[in-house]
Design a protein around this ligand. Structure first.
Ligand SMILES: [Zn+2]
Length: 319
């Protein structure tokens, strides 16, 4: 997808990662208002749900309807998670433009999260690649293999980098368009982020890894963004109000906060295409729809600096 006037693509995952890990169920109509408001604020990619059985995640039971709705909004790429071939079939039928298979590099986490060994997951991925190939070229979604628990696992501990690289090579070999790094558990540190990106690039090529999904579990979220940015990644997942976590990774909480991420990038002079004032207003929609849930973020509390001018002009960078 070509994005004019944007240096950094922020992929908003609140409607998926955020909602799947809170107990409140957001009404479908509120989700639609939220997603529309995100698009109006300038978000260009939104992960709107996950095609998992409703009994597993009732919060996301309306994903097909949400995808269909989101496709009516011009200018956004509609992304969803698909945990298996059946999910991919449903996602494609609903019109998803990007689908992500979350493969846990930690096999123990894979068993818990997807109830699949790696070999079983690879069979599903192969099936999804074949399904996509059978579609006319203009109907094919982008297919990302997400390397979940890439930086460590709450069930296995350290995830060896050699294993991570091997799984990345396997996913690309099976036909994924790209791999994504996901710090599902909030274990990553900036040095690890730099090393990991470099090693995966060396193995599969720079064009096969462009994005990273970070959590702020230990307060290192934005430091990890900066490390990834300096290494050369240009796509960052984040969640409005820092909603999110992983219900199957105990202790993993909170995506990085979209509002703080946008402020950091914008104040550094990078263009995100996102209007911070409008973005801050979107919080009200979410808070009203799920009032029991806590919304995080420093920029929302403190506001932008006095006389701050948005739009990637930078702050304090001129002579
Ligand atoms: Zn996550």
């Amino acid at each position: 997808m070509h994005l004019d006037g944007i240096d950094i693509l922020i992929s908003e995952v609140g409607p998926r990662d955020g909602l799947q890990s809170v107990s409140s169920i957001m009404p479908t109509e509120a989700k639609k208002v939220w997603i529309k408001a995100l698009a109006d604020a300038g978000l260009r990619e939104i992960e709107v749900g996950s095609f998992v059985p409703a009994k597993v995640l009732p919060q996301l039971a309306d994903t097909a309807e949400i995808v269909t709705f989101a496709r009516t909004i011009p200018g956004i790429q509609v992304a969803t998670l698909v945990p298996n071939l059946k999910g991919a079939e449903n996602a494609i039928a609903a019109g998803a433009q990007k689908i992500t298979f979350p493969l846990s590099v930690s096999e123990t986490h894979s068993q818990k999260n997807l109830r699949m060994t790696h070999e079983q997951a690879f069979i599903q991925i192969k099936g999804i690649v074949e399904l996509i190939k059978s579609l006319p070229a203009d109907k094919r979604p982008l297919f990302e293999g997400s390397l979940s628990t890439a930086f460590g696992c709450t069930l296995e501990g350290e995830v060896p980098l050699t294993k991570l690289v091997k799984v990345a090579e396997t996913l690309i070999g099976l036909g994924c368009d790209e791999v994504g790094l996901a710090d599902t558990t909030g274990y990553a540190n900036p040095a690890q982020v730099k090393l990991t990106i470099t090693e995966i690039w060396n193995a599969v090529g720079k064009d096969k890894l462009t994005g990273i999904h970070l959590h702020n579990t230990r307060g290192l979220g934005l430091a990890n963004v900066l490390a990834a940015l300096e290494t050369g990644l240009t796509t960052f997942d984040s969640s409005l109000g820092g909603l999110g976590g992983c219900p199957f990774a105990p202790g993993a909480s909170g995506n990085i906060v979209t509002e703080d991420l946008v402020f950091m990038l914008d104040s550094m002079g990078l263009r995100t295409g996102i209007d911070i004032a409008k973005l801050l207003k979107v919080r009200e929609i979410v808070q009203a729809a799920i009032p029991a849930e806590t919304m995080y973020g420093f920029t929302p509390d403190a506001g932008v600096p006095l006389h701050y001018v948005q739009g990637g002009h930078g702050w304090g960078l001129s002579a």
